[in-house]
Design a protein around this ligand. Structure first.
Ligand code: SAH
Length: 196
């Protein structure tokens, strides 16, 4: 079946960078994701001033929403263009600095200090660099991870979570024999085995 063939499929970092360059970013939601609004209370769980992580963040507008609510947002994304577009599209001034632990990586931080976006691969990061988080918004992230890297991705995410953190995961339920994406099919049974 196509689920089987998806298992070995790989979208390379180069291909992602190309998508950004060509403006081939149908995954980006200008209006933000309705499910974050719907489940915001689950994410926050009555808490304020949280540290929230956006893995594979693109230029997700939800980062701005949460920062405006007083939370501190950290994202990671390989496309520098995506991150620069994010700050430009929200008219947020930012500064850039190298990340000493990771060669070639940069951190783009809003001048107000509450949005820090790492430009590197998520696999270069660790809790010693990022610290831990009270919440995670995973939309277009687990489903974008190459199937062979899923276990590694989830293990890393676990190490980034505080004891009481909440993890909102958006997946898409569809017939993988009929549709190719977005971009990978992650069956519910696999989500259960990955996250336990
Ligand atoms: N979460 C965002 C973007 C989803 S698309 C949203 O909701 O709009 C997946 C994003 O992951 C792309 O922007 C791609 O450039 C980025 N990406 C792919 N592999 C990555 C990796 N290993 N590390 C960091 N970012 C990656």
């Amino acid at each position: 079946t196509d689920i089987g063939s998806q298992k070995d499929r790989v979208v390379s970092e180069e291909e992602w960078l190309q998508k950004w360059e060509m403006g081939n970013i149908g995954f980006h939601k200008e209006q933000g994701h309705p499910l974050l609004q719907k489940y915001l209370d689950v994410l926050l769980n009555g808490r304020s001033g949280l540290r929230i992580f956006f893995p594979l963040c693109g230029k997700a507008v939800e980062m701005k929403w949460l920062a405006d609510m007083g939370h501190s947002v950290v994202g990671v994304e390989i496309s520098e263009q995506a991150l620069k577009d994010f700050f430009a599209e929200h008219s947020l001034p930012y500064c850039e600095e190298p990340v000493p632990e990771i060669s070639g990586a940069k951190k783009l931080q809003s001048i107000s200090g509450n949005i820090s976006l790492y430009c590197c691969s998520i696999y270069d990061l660790s809790s010693s660099i990022l610290g831990k988080f009270d919440g995670v918004w995973d939309r277009g992230a687990l489903v974008a991870v190459n199937p062979r890297d899923r276990q590694r991705y989830v293990s890393l995410m676990m190490t980034l979570m505080e004891k009481n953190s909440s993890y909102l995961l958006v997946t898409v339920s569809y017939d993988p024999n009929k549709h190719k994406g977005p971009p990978f099919y992650v069956p519910e049974s696999e989500i259960k085995s990955l996250f336990g």
